[in-house]
Design a protein around this ligand. Structure first.
Ligand code: KG4
Ligand code: ZN
Length: 342
């Protein structure tokens, strides 16, 4: 049995985990930086990098102690090498390099998005390639055909905001606090999803891409009009977002041949309304639906360690660079109107 130490530091979660090839999360620690970033209503990169630097080493030590394992018992050290906030990524990757150099254990530089993309296979051993993946996080919103480890075909991406970003901006407009996604979900439970007329950007378009900037602006206008309850706006926003996602997936699935499983991953996959709608969509298409448990949807190191297990046997040079951008499918055509999103 193989054992991999995983390190995640690409955004505002410092996380360390030990995962074995039997899909057991042997130990894990996760430190959220919500309290540090909350006063600013969003993640401040400099604060994030400093917090990772302060916390990571004791957390690595803690995880090894929790599991009663020596670092030298590990078969590889896997660390997020991008994409993400570069200061934080560097903290995690440099730490992993130092440990790998000191112990002669192979280093595996993991693409954070690959961590999300393979996380359903950590949660459920019956998920085989290929599968259709909706990857929805704070920085990304993509539909991919996952053909194997390292083999991703991107069918759709966002031309402006990611879905998690839209939740976060909506939370900010509605003053629901930080982090935004769970706050919007909670508020939406008290509201009527049909109370506020909101647009469904891109719905009906023949290309499966996403756009959420117009929806966010409509939320702002609805709020400023003073005509609607906050809970109704939250619920109507969430419904509009779900309608966009299901419509876009319907289009993408048309061109995805020989795929019988629909998987959702990334922070927004923790949202129960999103999961429910996708489960129904999969059933309508005669597909199986899979979503990792919510704690494996939001950023964590178990998924990074698992990606390391999937890549076991490979190793990266100790001079590998951290990458602020790192698309899963480098061949994907750029989308007209797309901004900086990979
Ligand atoms: O995957 P993740 O933890 O970090 C990134 O890689 O970006 O995703 C974070 C995003 C945030 O935008 C957050 O608001 C959103 O996922 N999120 C949610 C929920 N939990 C996290 N969005 C909607 N509903 C949730 N329950
Ligand atoms: Zn993530």
């Amino acid at each position: 049995m193989a054992l991999v130490l995983g390190i995640e530091s690409s955004c505002d979660e410092t996380a360390v985990a030990l995962v074995d090839s039997d899909r057991c999360i042997v130990a894990q620690r996760i430190a959220s930086q919500d309290a540090e970033h909350a006063p600013f209503g969003g993640v401040v990169p400099e604060i994030a990098a400093r917090a990772h630097a302060e916390r990571l080493a004791p957390m690595i030590d803690g995880v090894l102690t929790d599991a009663n394992i020596a670092l030298t018992d590990c078969d590889a050290i896997a660390a997020t090498a991008g994409p993400g906030l570069i200061g934080g990524v560097m903290v995690g990757l440099v730490s992993a390099k130092a440990l790998a150099m000191a112990t002669d254990i192979p280093l595996i530089a993991v693409n954070h998005l690959e961590g999300h993309a393979l996380s359903p296979r950590l949660a459920d051993e019956s998920i085989d390639f290929p599968y259709a993946l909706l990857l929805v996080s704070g920085g990304h919103c993509q539909i991919l055909r996952v053909e194997g480890v390292g083999q991703y075909r991107r069918l759709a991406t966002t031309i402006d905001d990611a879905l998690g970003e839209a939740f976060d901006k909506t939370a900010k407009i509605l003053k629901l606090g930080f982090p935004g996604g769970p706050a919007v979900e909670r508020k939406a439970m008290e509201g009527n999803p049909r109370a506020v007329p909101l647009p469904r950007p891109m719905v009906g378009s023949g290309e499966p891409h996403f756009s959420f900037a117009g929806l966010k602006s409509a939320v702002l206008r609805a709020h400023e009009s003073g005509r609607y309850e906050v809970a109704d706006i939250a619920a109507s926003f969430q419904q509009a977002a779900v309608d966009c996602v299901t419509d876009r997936l319907r289009i993408a699935l048309r061109s995805m041949t020989s795929v019988d499983t629909l998987v959702v991953a990334g922070g927004v996959a923790a949202n129960a309304t999103v999961r429910g709608a996708l489960e129904k969509l999969a059933a309508d298409h005669g597909m199986r639906f899979a979503a990792p448990p919510p704690a494996l949807c939001t950023d964590n190191a178990a998924m990074i360690a698992w990606a390391g297990i999937e890549r076991l046997g490979q190793s990266d040079p100790l001079d590998i660079s951290a990458r602020p951008r790192w698309p899963l499918d480098p061949e994907a055509e750029p989308v007209r109107g797309a901004g900086v999103k990979a």
